[in-house]
Design a binder for this molecule. Sequence first.
Ligand code: FEO
Length: 163
Amino acid sequence: MLSETINEALNKQLVCEYSSFWLYLSMSAQTRQHNLLGFAHWLELQANEEQTHGKKILEYIEDRNGKIILGEIQKPQNEWNSMIDLFENVLTHEQMVSQKINEIYDLAHQENDNATAVFLQWFIMEQVEEEATSLSILERLKAINGMTGPLFYFDHELGKRKE
Ligand code: FEO
């Protein structure tokens, strides 16, 4: 059985993951409109991943006989000035998510909830990967500096993402 505090924190994280899904879907739509189909594909897969993160948390709450309380999904931004602007947003978003996961991890320790702490370890490592990937894309975009040829080449590369 989950404590009320952990139950509430996990439900908030569940909403955060679905807000991430919504944000990346919005980013994917924006890049598709600019004909950057590889970026759009990459962001759509990223959105799908966020859904699986949300689902994982939902199932965990149920497994621990907790209560699902679905909150409001945050309205996403719908426009970005450039791909650099967009991926700066991806990076800051993922940093914010990492911070939230870490806060729940600390809370789980305070509440002596070992199962939740162990469950969250997967998310902590996933965040390391997500921050590293978004930083690497951002740095590449900065190096490209808006040059059309290299940008479309990179777009083609990102379009090969499988999962
Ligand atoms: Fe599920 Fe990108 O955080």
